[in-house]
Design a protein around this ligand. Structure first.
Ligand SMILES: O=P(O)(O)O[C@H]1O[C@H](CO)[C@@H](O)[C@H]1O
Ligand SMILES: O=c1cc[nH]c(=O)[nH]1
Length: 234
């Protein structure tokens, strides 16, 4: 047990899928894993371990925002030995050619700041996905015939942004979508020698203002879960 995860040693797999939403973790575990067992309920941040095609997999919520993800990713990597961490998240589209329900594979994650800023100080570290996971995920997406985009995303610190100029700047520089966790996941993976990727589904559109309801964000993003699992074991 750690401060925030109640799993016993050995109950967390080396491969961990991380949605922000703990109820998405529950949905994905029951939809995709064989024999899912709940291994964490501390603070309602649900985690489940089961197998996928015989491979052990944990699906564990990260909560919203980089400070929350940082707590869980640190404990999963440093205390439980997680080696492959794939975020399965929702995001807002920032380009007109990206549509609702499309999948985005985050090659890089720009940010204003991350919880790692105290370590990097004056350095502008470039958080990026693990190349092997990224290419395997793209192959899996093509196999599924999913509408899939590969490129940079923006990991924001706030959902209710009072600075529309920042989003405009990201759009102008070709950033595909905005979410709130990937940059720190990539930082932590780099620091601890783990593999990381963010596979995202577009839940709303910053240019057209279309948006999916909460229930869809919780439990309808099957393609991204399938893509993440295929990539992890490619
Ligand atoms: O759907 P999840 O994975 O939580 O991801 C996105 O949704 C949340 C905001 O609604 C943030 O966590 C953002 O990154
Ligand atoms: O962080 C997020 C997630 C979905 N949509 C957004 O606009 N931002």
């Amino acid at each position: 047990m750690t401060v925030h995860i109640g799993a016993e040693p050995g109950q967390i797999a080396e491969t961990v899928l991380m949605p922000g939403d703990p109820l998405r973790a529950e949905w994905a575990a029951h939809e995709f894993l064989e024999n899912p067992v709940c291994v964490n309920r501390v603070r309602g941040m649900l985690g489940f371990t089961g197998t996928w095609k015989g491979n052990p997999v944990t699906i564990h919520g990260s909560g919203m925002g980089m400070p929350s993800l940082s707590i869980y990713a640190n404990e999963l990597i440093q205390e439980y030995g997680a080696k492959t961490l794939i975020r399965i998240g929702s995001c807002g589209a920032m380009q007109s050619h990206v549509n609702i329900r499309d999948v985005i594979l985050a090659m890089t994650a720009s940010s204003i700041s991350t919880p790692s800023v105290g370590i990097f100080k004056e350095l502008n570290f470039a958080p990026c996905a693990n190349y092997q996971l990224l290419t395997a995920a793209e192959t899996a997406a093509r196999k599924l015939d999913a509408a899939c985009h590969v490129g940079g995303i923006y990991s924001a610190d706030v959902f209710y942004d009072e600075r529309p100029d920042l989003n405009e700047m990201m759009t102008r520089h070709g950033i595909l979508g905005v979410e709130m966790e990937a940059a720190e996941l990539y930082n932590l993976a780099a620091r601890h020698g783990a593999r990381a990727l963010a596979v995202l589904t577009v839940s709303d559109h910053l240019l057209t203002h279309e948006a999916l309801p909460a229930e869809d964000r919780q439990s309808s993003f099957g393609d991204m879960v399938q893509i993440a699992l295929e990539a992890a074991f490619a």
